[in-house]
Design a binder for this molecule. Structure first.
Ligand code: XMP
Ligand code: MG
Length: 183
């Protein structure tokens, strides 16, 4: 769907489909250089990373298999606590693999720092992160995001995989959710 299909639900459009695709292409060119001669395993975090993964994987001109994880972070309300539970684990054995975690957004950074430690503990040769969006709070936790797409304001955003109560994931663009939708 397009932003015109949900007129009124967004207080503003943050990133257009074109801007998102241009950024993903830019990151893909860098990853092709950094991983030349290797075959990185793309690990997507369900469900938010589905759109980033689909576009990023197809944009890459090197072989890059994909695998998926689903995690839930316990916390009060909308804040994650850093206590993470695996709902769906990877199929792949990570021994000796070069892993790139593909994420939609890094907010507090707690989920990704846990994931980073978990995957490194499985004997991967390397584990890096590509997060399409990064909120300012992410700076509070020391998470080394090698590939960061856009730094965005501390607002609740939806679209391009990001949801509010499972809605708006299929929006092509990314927008700031209007307060009347969740209040
Ligand atoms: P951390 O641990 O970095 O958690 O705080 C990141 C996860 O929180 C969710 N999240 C959002 N989801 N719009 C969303 O739809 C947002 O603005 C937003 N901020 C954080 C998301 O699931 C992400 O993986
Ligand atoms: Mg997510």
């Amino acid at each position: 769907m397009d932003t015109s299909d949900i007129e009124g639900d967004l207080s503003s459009i943050l990133l257009t489909e074109e801007q998102i695709h241009a950024k993903i292409a830019e990151v893909a060119r860098q990853v092709e250089i950094d991983y030349a001669g290797r075959e990185p395993l793309l690990v997507g975090v369900l469900k938010g990373a589905v759109m980033v993964m689909a576009d990023f994987a197809r944009e890459l001109r090197i072989a890059a298999p994909m695998d998926w994880m689903a995690v839930s972070s316990y916390g009060s309300g909308t804040k994650s606590s850093g206590v993470v539970r695996i709902l769906k684990d990877l199929d792949a054995d990570l021994h000796g693999r070069d892993v790139i975690i593909v994420e939609d957004i890094i907010d507090s950074g707690l989920t990704l720092s846990w994931l980073l430690a978990n995957l490194r503990g499985r004997g991967a040769a390397s584990v890096e992160i590509f997060a399409l969006l990064r909120k300012p709070e992410a700076a509070a936790v020391e998470v080394d995001v090698k590939y960061a797409g856009f730094d965005i304001p501390n607002e609740f955003v939806v679209g391009y995989g990001l949801d509010y109560a499972e809605k708006y994931r299929n929006l092509r663009a990314i927008g700031i959710l209007a307060p009347h939708v969740y209040s």
